[in-house]
Design a protein around this ligand. Structure first.
Ligand code: SAH
Ligand code: SF4
Ligand code: F3S
Length: 506
């Protein structure tokens, strides 16, 4: 692990007159030093610090990548701001559905006029959308003012890419088709001080027939368990109490490691980390969810009582066409088993409406699963055709009207079941991790991920308090702190004297 001061010591030893080393992460340390020189010189010219603005689209994996990118930017001297007038604007893009792409193109239109007024402005694009050759063609043709384009496999090279960008007048494009490399020990800037996502694996090998992720995120690769544990221990030492283990299919974690390890085994190791209070993970593919995992969750004091178990469709025929590799009955059996073993668990899901050939009768099957499983929440998406995926060339596209009718029918049942489920804890007292404050209004989450709003002191953000759930409102509760006076006072005192970590580690 490398701390700030350790990185500074390494940077001291680097002589920029030499060529850049080949080995990572040394090569990136070299470019961090070089980028600092460039940023410094630019700042001197302007008489102020260079500023940068980022916007992240898509999933938690992208959010985590953005923390790494921002970490590098801050380390080389940029000041982050939340405004597209910044000297450097970068978009970390998503391409899972077409509307995510359209939003990026819309933004680029706006940026173009800003760049005309300020030619020193730099624009960088990265993330999943950039892994698609058709997108790159369109950017070259329609948005030639973009300065830097890179993909999902080389984000660790950001410092090096920034150096190239400032040394060139042309658009720099660096996209890798795939990688087997995982580069550790680079800077990262966390959005929250008390919770953090932790990548445990990258890529996806499942090839669900509608999904572009395997093409833009590459083959599945698991991080070494030692690196994961080391990162979580470091996070906990900085005040993190909740981690979210991230992967497209965490249930297949560890299969390609030199010493194979299961996700259930990894969870047991993470559970042992002292000071860590809550463990979450995303996403579980139903086909790979083992009995061992259910057992580990059941026995755990730290794993949250929430499981996101994407269904996608309730009709076995459609599931087969989607290449999900489970039937409606297998899914229902799995959900029933989980509920039997862990009765207080909340189940949530993702559903796609309008997959090619999907009939109203198929959607009835989906609705049947929603009724039987009783989800706390379901994210419903309209099928989006992704070029290059097998589903893109499947026959019988569903008409917009049919999709809308089916979508509305489904949504009604989703809301109905969610409302009845979410209210079930009304009147009980549960622990809540306080995540946000607005004046004396606090918001936080139960172990099962439901939102709770209640009155309290803003210093409590980042701590776990007991809250009585006094009103249920569909997807959230209103509550009241319910702790013995002296325990609350003790906690408040501790929070008021909480020291900010003296240094950030890299
Ligand atoms: N790896 C995760 C999901 C990643 S994408 C998993 O397997 O569950 C998040 C969600 O987007 C998916 O669960 C799916 O419901 C939705 N999705 C993916 N591709 C889509 C498409 N082409 N059209 C509409 N929704 C899609
Ligand atoms: Fe896409 Fe399926 Fe992989 Fe999830 S498991 S990322 S839906 S291919
Ligand atoms: Fe989007 Fe890429 Fe995530 S396509 S959903 S940002 S993995």
């Amino acid at each position: 692990m490398i701390r700030n001061e350790e990185l500074e010591a390494v940077l001291e030893t680097i002589d920029l007159r030499n060529d850049a080393p080949i080995e990572e992460p040394m090569r990136q340390y070299y470019f961090i030093k070089k980028a600092r020189e460039i940023v410094n010189a630019e700042s001197e010219k302007l008489g102020r610090r260079l500023t940068a603005d980022e916007e992240t689209f898509g999933c938690q994996m992208n959010a985590k990548d953005s923390e790494k990118l921002i970490g590098i930017l801050e380390n080389i001297g940029f000041e982050m701001m939340d405004d597209e007038s910044a000297d450097l604007v970068f978009y970390n893009t998503c391409t899972v559905r077409d509307n995510a792409n359209q939003r990026v193109y819309g933004r680029l239109g706006l940026i173009h006029s800003m760049k005309k007024k300020n030619p020193h402005k730099k624009v960088a694009l990265c993330g999943c959308m950039m892994q698609e050759p058709t997108v790159i063609e369109k950017i070259q043709k329609s948005y030639p003012f973009v300065d830097l384009v890179f993909g999902t496999h080389n984000i660790y090279k950001f410092a090096e890419l920034i150096v190239s960008m400032y040394n060139s007048d042309k658009m720099i494009i660096d996209i890798w088709e795939d990688t087997d490399k995982i580069v550790e020990d680079l800077p990262a800037e966390r959005k929250y001080s008390f919770k953090s996502g932790v990548n445990i694996m990258y890529g996806c090998n499942n090839y669900c027939s509608y999904c572009i992720v395997p093409y833009v995120r590459g083959r599945e690769r698991s991080r070494n368990p030692k690196d994961i544990i080391r990162e979580i221990e470091k996070l906990v030492s900085e005040g993190v109490v909740e981690v979210m283990l991230l992967g497209q299919n965490v249930n297949s974690y560890g299969k390609n490691l030199e010493e194979p390890m299961t996700f259930a085994q990894l969870l047991k190791e993470v559970e042992k980390i002292e000071g860590l209070e809550r463990i979450r993970f995303m996403t579980s593919h139903p086909k790979d969810l083992s009995d061992d995992l259910i057992q580990v969750m059941k026995d755990s004091k730290k794993i949250c009582r929430h499981l996101h178990l994407p269904l996608q469709a309730g009709s076995t025929r459609i599931l087969e066409a989607m290449n999900r590799r489970y039937t409606k009955e297998q899914y229902l059996e799995l959900a029933a088993k989980i509920r039997r073993e862990i009765p207080d668990i909340s189940l949530t899901t993702d559903i796609i409406v309008g997959f090619p050939g999907e009939t109203a009768a198929d959607v009835d099957e989906t609705i049947d699963v929603v009724r039987k499983v009783q989800y706390d929440n379901a994210f419903t998406f309209i099928y989006s055709r992704r070029t290059g995926t097998p589903a893109a060339t499947m026959p019988n596209p569903v008409s917009e009207e049919e999709i809308k009718a089916n979508f509305d029918r489904l949504l009604e049942v989703v809301h109905e079941t969610a409302k009845s489920r979410v209210g079930r804890l009304l009147g009980e007292t549960h622990s809540v991790l306080v995540e946000e404050s607005s004046g004396t209004q606090l918001s936080g989450r139960l172990s099962n991920n439901t939102l709770v709003h209640f009155e309290g002191d803003a210093v409590l953000v980042g701590t776990i308090v007991d809250v009585k759930l006094t009103e249920a409102h569909g997807f959230y509760y209103i509550g009241k702190i319910n702790m013995q006076e002296h325990r609350l006072e003790e906690l408040l005192q501790k929070c008021r004297h909480r020291e900010l970590p003296e240094e950030k580690m890299l």
